[in-house]
Design a binder for this molecule. Sequence first.
Ligand SMILES: *Cc1c(COP(=O)(O)O)cnc(C)c1O
Length: 374
Amino acid sequence: MIPVNEPLLNGNEKKYLNECIDTGWISSEGPFVQSFEQQMAAAVGRRHGIAVCNGTAALETAVAALELKPGDEVILPTFTIISCAAAVVRQGCVPVLLDSDPETWNMDVDQIEAKLTSRTKAIMVVHIYGLPVDMDPVIALAKKYDLKIIEDAAEMHGQTYKGQPCGSFGDISTFSFYPNKHITTGEGGMVLTDDDQLAERCRSLRNLCFQPHKRFVHEELGYNFRMTNLQAALGIAQIERLAEFVERKRSMGLRYTEMLAGVEGLEMMPVHTEYAKNIYWVFGMVLKDEVSFNAEEAMRRLGEKGIGTRPFFWPMHEQPVFQKMGLFKEECYPVAERLARRGFYIPSGMALSDGQIGEVAKAVTEVMKDLISN
Ligand SMILES: *Cc1c(COP(=O)(O)O)cnc(C)c1O
């Protein structure tokens, strides 16, 4: 079986983890946490990094830190992970959705302006699968209408937009270090910002809003979202190899693109856009409309051949949990709906070898041939 993701942990991971155990620093008070925050902030060109326990917690913290009011509207893509919309809903705000761009699968920024109302307070940008969102129009609209930008860069470690690091565009930005991201801490996340006050709020929110001078007296409800020294030890070993990992992911993406170029019925993400080279967080593909079967069937056949796959995100407007809340009734986003039904991704973890890429590409070629000829 070739798993859809396997991380690569053969750098200094063991050395730094041993250091945690040898020194007894295993909690969030350990020294690697701050060091990892500083290194991430430097990599993205931000003043502050606030490490948290996962990327979802990073989004929760970021939205909470902005102090939006109940009923305020936040614009975000329908084609994303539930963490994004959940963070908005949990703060009592209203998620307002955008459809996807059919080429890059990112939120279609041309749809933003039509969605603005007097209650719109923020745009949550989510960079999807390997190519960044076209940021210039988003930044221009945010300026014009005085909106905050929350940038979910969970999938964008080492990626740039027009040469500027992803994660540097939001008033507040977030990353995840789940094992399928370009660098991992097992579970982990980070909030980044240049704003001193927002950074202070995030630090307080992740640590139960303990107060420095009256520790157990709370003015506000926070969370325990702290990252441990053990997680940060992994993070430091991984960030040392960020450039190498990004290059490896790009070469995997190119290899798959070349090997699958002749296969009938498949659409793949562009290798690059005007403003970025794809970093292939995952290698996704979408079945063309003339193909009579859906992604589920293709994934089932690949599974029989020992190839791990995952379906694409399921759009927010089609989530039963949000429908039950009365959200997104009768809304329809055809590009995202098509991606969800016809898209899937194949193995592309950091530990994947070129030999395995060849095996996967061969299996995909065979499955597509079989399915199309029947
Ligand atoms: C992975 C991911 C998250 C969530 O991160 P976790 O660490 O798994 O909680 C959020 N947003 C996007 C776009 C992601 O890909």
